[in-house]
Design a protein around this ligand. Structure first.
Ligand SMILES: *Cc1c(COP(=O)(O)O)cnc(C)c1O
Length: 485
């Protein structure tokens, strides 16, 4: 794994010649407009044409910058940005690793010095360590549209996918064969899934005697049958940013007698999810993206209340026991969502996450969603205004009800272009083979950020050839770029 740190120090310091480096991202200087004009459609032949273009470009830029300033001033979430540690870089990778909330370092210091250093083992009860997975789950629950008692935090998303999927197949078959039907021996997996879900699903299928069938999410309602035990679907596609129809797919799977497992990694914290309302059976997600829990922060598992008595974990560790300290040889699962736990929780990361979640105090997810859509709309508007025609193509849906909180642009030479963007203080990421991915985290991304990112992109495209042949790759290649998930 390449250092995810590449985007932190490198980006901010190496921007001397950045055309977008004007403090605060507000438009200044004439070179940017000049370069933009030469990168445009017309050959820079006649000087007056060129000058005309430059003037028009500068006016356009001033216009969009003013527009951004106005939107930032009206933004009901604008005060939230101050709760994060940020620098002058435009950070559009919060869908990969959320920025650090200011509250976290002090809290972690206190946990280490006082709870661990002084109270030591007493902290399991006195500092609430033992119950942290459920307590923090309840803190995340409102962002998932879940009533308390259904979310438990711990382990990675990959591990929770495994628990949820095997448990789903087991639950589906409790009623299947017993009702005289054929066994439900098929798992559907989102054909475009984030790879780890696919790998884990394949193993879960082997272990449960199922076949694994990759199916496009939109086709799941017609592909599900009486053989289907469960479907594993990504709520928002990590690459394109497309939202899959959670209510419709869940309802169709239920119609077929199957269960759904939703992966919320790219939706929770960016848009309303409403698990309870739509009858979702099981869900998982990570906390280091839009929830800002920090690198490797523990993931969460949602087990719908009515399924909890039947949830049969394939990893029934002692933390999921009804009486963990009874040290009984016999396994008896805990009655509630605790049965989603496995072993001793990662307390330092858990409590860092808990502190990070304080930024959600007083935040309505509807406001987050409204700003997310406004930001991505505005970014696309700026891209259309600044970037020469034909150089990029958005693979993120235009329709609001299909768009998550990112914009993915197909672009020849995307690896080089992203390397240059990072070098110029605009941190997005590159997805193989040709996608520039820009994540918008409404708690701290501003409209000025969106304008500066689009403008910097246009400036870079003016000197990186469209055939991707440029050798102007910043240190390393795409494989050594920031770790992005
Ligand atoms: C980020 C992401 C993961 C990450 O899984 P880990 O086990 O935390 O590494 C899994 N699934 C999806 C859809 C993701 O976007």
């Amino acid at each position: 794994m390449a250092a995810g740190g590449m985007d932190v120090p490198g980006a901010a310091t190496d921007r001397i010649d950045s055309p977008g480096a004007a403090v605060g991202g507000v438009a200044t200087g004439g070179t940017a407009a000049g370069r933009m004009a030469t990168g445009g459609v017309d050959a820079p032949g006649a000087a007056d044409t060129l000058a005309g273009h430059a003037v028009a470009a500068a006016a356009l830029r001033d216009d969009l910058a003013a527009h951004a300033a106005r939107k930032d001033a009206e933004d009901p979430l604008r005060a939230k940005r101050a709760e994060f540690v940020l620098d002058e870089a435009v950070y559009l990778d919060g869908n990969s690793l959320g920025a650090l909330p200011h509250a976290v370092p002090e809290r972690v210091r206190e946990v280490i010095a006082r709870e661990w250093g002084e109270l030591r083992i007493r902290s399991w009860s006195e500092s609430g360590w033992w119950t942290a997975p459920e307590r923090i789950g309840d803190r995340i629950a409102p962002l998932l549209g879940a009533a308390p008692g259904q979310v438990v935090v711990g382990d990675s998303t990959s591990i929770n996918v495994f628990k949820a999927l095997v448990a789903a197949v087991r639950m589906a078959n409790e009623t299947g064969p017993a009702a005289g039907g054929v066994p439900r021996d098929e798992i559907l997996v989102d054909a475009a899934t984030f790879p780890t879900d696919g790998y884990i699903a394949r193993s879960a299928a082997r272990l449960t005697g199922c076949t694994l069938r990759p199916v496009e999410a939109a086709r799941m309602p017609v592909e599900a049958s009486e053989r289907t035990a469960a479907a594993l679907v990504n709520h928002v596609d990590y690459r394109s940013g497309r939202i899959n129809d959670l209510p419709g797919i869940t309802a169709a799977l239920h119609e077929a007698g199957a269960l759904t497992v939703w992966d919320l990694c790219h939706s929770a914290g960016a848009l309303p999810v409403d698990l309870d309302a739509y009858g979702v059976d099981l869900a998982v997600g990570c906390t280091y993206k839009y929830l800002n829990g920090g690198p490797g922060a523990p993931a969460y598992l949602y087990i719908r209340a009515e399924h909890q008595p039947r949830f049969d974990s394939p990893l029934p560790g002692w933390n999921s026991h009804a009486d963990p300290f009874g040290m009984d040889a016999e396994y008896v699962p805990a009655p509630g969502v605790e049965r989603g736990r496995v072993g001793t929780p990662d307390i330092l990361s858990l409590l860092a996450l808990e502190a990070a979640l304080e930024v959600w105090e007083g935040v309505a997810i509807e406001d987050v969603r409204a700003k997310s859509l406004a930001l991505t709309d505005f970014f696309l508007e700026c891209v259309r205004a600044y970037v020469p025609r034909g150089r990029v193509r958005s693979v993120t849906p235009e329709r609001h009800d299909e768009r998550g909180s990112q914009v993915a642009l197909e672009c020849a030479g995307a690896a080089e272009v992203m390397g240059e963007l990072i070098r110029h203080g605009v941190i997005g990421d590159f997805r193989h083979p040709d996608v520039l991915r820009f994540g918008f985290t409404p708690l701290y991304t501003s409209f000025a950020d969106a304008e500066r990112a689009a403008r910097t992109l246009a400036e870079i495209l003016a000197y990186v050839p469209g055939d991707g042949s440029a050798s102007a790759v910043a240190a390393g290649g795409p494989e050594e770029g920031p770790v992005t998930v």
